[in-house]
Design a protein around this ligand. Structure first.
Ligand code: NAP
Length: 290
């Protein structure tokens, strides 16, 4: 399928929130194939092997994941099948065809007890089934060898898929008053900025572990207030605690109280091009992507 002059890249999880943006923002000079679950199921090594042998990718970006954080508490096996076995299968199959494997991971690998941004080599201590399955995936990718990169990101929103920004925008249109958790800090990151950054890392950065998220930090409550302000709504946003939330939604998975990512490795290698989260959010709302 691939000619000698063109470089092929494959995006796994191409219909997801990040995967779909990776396709839209494919760099010039790369022929990018988006792969959905029906074409290549990451939980099946043979299905990835077949696909990679056919298209001979130089780069594989793994945006496929089991992302139902709360449901994972009840279905650990499903989360591990995709997030851990799937990551290992992708890394092994990519290695077999000599492709670089860029695996997308999460701030949830950290326990959230820090009070300053987590560096790339801070010790993970995942809490909850989703977090543990994602951490297991990171370990599996590194153990598979080959030319691997892991890119951790956080608090993602984008033009497709379900996310906090869309949920608050919809709720603010319908209700006068919202309650939002005010004791978890992270950094909202838009796929519009993250997708090109991931392509730059895949094409230009050395192998290894990276953090890629917006600049700055905030709580979910501060983010909700900013969304409401930018949309010109009068909706009142009241702060609540994680404890209040868990009382309202029993069975919720644990979430890190603090998970801001430091982007030192990115800054020291190819530079970090991520905007401040407020600029990213303003652009998102200006484009009408919510
Ligand atoms: N969303 C966030 O806030 C966030 C934060 C930090 C890190 N991340 C990470 O970012 C990455 C992308 O997340 P996202 O938010 O874009 O997730 P998403 O919208 O849920 O997309 C995940 C995609 O993976 C696909 N998939 C699931 N199981 C699969 C399988 N067995 N084989 C092949 N494809 C499969 C899904 O396919 P179907 O459409 O068929 O279900 C879906 O299209 C993930 O690694 C996630 O852990 C996300």
């Amino acid at each position: 399928m691939s000619g000698s002059s063109r470089r092929v890249a494959v995006v796994l999880g191409a219909r997801g929130m990040l995967g779909s943006e990776l396709l839209r923002r494919a760099p010039k000079g790369l022929e990018v194939f988006g792969v959905a679950r029906e074409e290549a199921d990451v939980s099946r090594l043979d299905s990835l092997r077949d696909y990679f042998r056919r298209v001979q990718p130089a780069i594989v970006v793994n945006a496929a994941a089991y992302t139902a954080v709360d449901a994972a508490e009840q279905d650990r096996a499903a989360a591990f099948r995709v997030n851990s076995d799937g990551a290992r299968n992708g890394a092994l199959a990519a290695r077999e065809v000599g492709a670089r494997f860029l695996h997308v991971s999460t701030d949830f690998v950290f326990d959230g007890k820090a009070t300053r941004p987590y560096g790339e080599f801070a010790a993970p201590n995942p809490q909850g089934a989703y977090a543990e399955s994602k951490h297991a995936g990171e370990l599996a990718v590194a153990a598979a060898g080959g030319d691997w990169q892991i890119v951790r990101t956080q608090w993602v929103f984008g033009a497709r898929g379900k996310h906090f920004v869309g949920a608050i925008a919809r709720a603010a249109a319908e209700r006068d008053r919202l309650t939002v958790v005010a004791d978890q800090r992270g950094c909202p990151t838009c796929t519009h900025d993250l997708a090109p950054e991931i392509w730059r890392i895949a094409e230009e950065a050395p192998a290894g572990l990276y953090h890629a998220s917006s600049m700055g930090e905030c709580t979910w409550h501060e983010l909700a207030c900013e969304i409401v302000k930018l949309l010109g709504r009068a909706t009142r946003v009241d702060p609540i605690t994680t404890e209040d939330w868990n009382r309202m939604k029993p069975g919720s998975a644990p979430r890190p109280a603090y998970s801001v990512l430091e982007k030192l490795h990115l800054e020291r290698t190819i530079g970090c091009h991520m905007p401040h989260w407020k600029d990213a959010l303003a652009g998102f709302i200006r484009r009408g992507d919510q």
